[in-house]
Design a protein around this ligand. Structure first.
Ligand SMILES: Cc1ncc(C[n+]2csc(CCOP(=O)(O)OP(=O)(O)O)c2C)c(N)n1
Length: 327
């Protein structure tokens, strides 16, 4: 391996380990009551966010989902600010107003996690189109689950992205379930066929292998930068944890123990970790544990927002009429 491929291999592993430990610590904070309302854990799907974001540059954009912590972290958001956001603190990425499902960090190109299934594809397409029109083009990658592929908003975004050759990469995280609904019970035809119907090149990749995800996304990003318009990447992945931490209280029996064991057998961290020197892997693990330890301490030591400021930061300030609008 060359030095740069070693760096890439370690970088992918580090991002995945960061997400995994973030999620494990966040689940602890749900249990202790420090995160109110629960979270949708990303554990098991880390290779998708890590691989896709490694193919993007710092100025490129991403949109995430309700299961969005991994997307936000992989694009480079500060884990301490993210943990403070989940615990509703004033030091959070969005001053504690966004929480788990609406965290955003425009400074690193994260337009936001998004609780509305299928909505973020339209936001990413619109943002990439706007930047193209402004003459400062970037690539936008948008993550969504298999549960989003029948949402009208997403299909409309495919249409306009293809028609206007928008530099956007549609990333479907097919983890086999939408909450408790099996993909085979909800999706007619094929997932990639939806993109192909709009003339969007589509590929299916092993979503447990970060290097495979990175390779396919690099091709999609190169196509987008070269003026070739959108691409679609279906990542076959697995959700190791509950749909939502609420499921830890109410055990929904939609996956048998045997199925769960099968699902957990291909851990993306082990797949990538096996490509590293054992001592390097151990160093990364230790370093990331330290980062998360400090993130949790920072979050829990931070103040809650003053209730009197509840309406601050909710509305854009300094709204200006568009030139020529006559308003
Ligand atoms: C438009 C819309 N419909 C329904 C919901 C309720 N909901 C939240 S998560 C979810 C399942 C989404 O499944 P999928 O897109 O496959 O993502 P996964 O949860 O597997 O990551 C649903 C139906 C929602 N948030 N938005």
């Amino acid at each position: 391996m060359t030095a740069s491929t070693v760096d890439t291999a370690v970088g992918l592993y580090r991002t995945m380990r960061l997400i995994r430990r973030f999620e494990e610590r966040a689940i602890e904070l749900v249990r202790s009551g420090d995160i109110v309302g629960g979270i949708h854990p990303y554990i098991g799907q880390e290779a998708v966010a890590a691989g896709v974001c490694a193919a993007l540059g710092p100025d490129d954009l991403v949109t995430g989902t309700h299961r969005g912590h991994g997307h936000v972290l992989a694009k480079g958001a500060d884990p301490a600010g993210m943990m403070a956001e989940l615990t509703g603190r004033v030091t959070g990425l969005n001053k504690g107003r966004g929480g788990s499902m609406h965290a955003a960090d425009l400074g690193v190109g994260v337009l936001g996690a998004n609780a509305i299934v299928g909505a973020a594809g339209a936001i990413a397409t619109g943002a990439a189109w706007a930047r193209q029109r402004l003459g400062t083009p970037v690539v936008a990658a948008t993550f969504f689950g298999d549960g989003a592929v029948n949402e009208g908003m997403l299909l409309e975004a495919f249409n306009l992205a293809a028609l206007w050759r928008v530099p956007v990469v549609f990333v479907c995280e097919n983890n086999g379930y939408a909450t408790t609904m099996r993909v085979d019970d909800a999706v007619a035809g094929s997932i990639t066929g939806r993109a192909e119907a709009f003339g969007i090149p589509a590929a299916t990749v092993d979503g447990q292998d970060a290097e495979a995800v990175l390779a396919v996304t690099r091709e999609a990003v190169a196509r987008a930068r070269g003026g070739g318009g959108p691409s679609f990447v279906e990542c076959l992945t697995q959700r190791f944890e509950a749909h939502h931490t609420f499921e830890h209280v109410v055990r929904l029996r939609y996956r048998t123990d045997e199925e769960l064991a099968h699902i957990r057998a291909r851990d993306p961290l082990d797949i990538q970790g096996a490509r590293l020197d054992a001592a390097v892997r151990a160093d990364v693990d230790e370093e990331v544990d330290g980062v998360l330890g400090r993130a949790v301490e920072f979050a829990l030591a931070s103040e809650f927002p003053d209730p009197l400021t509840a309406l601050d930061h909710l509305y854009a300030s300094g709204l200006r009429p568009r030139s020529g609008s006559g308003v």
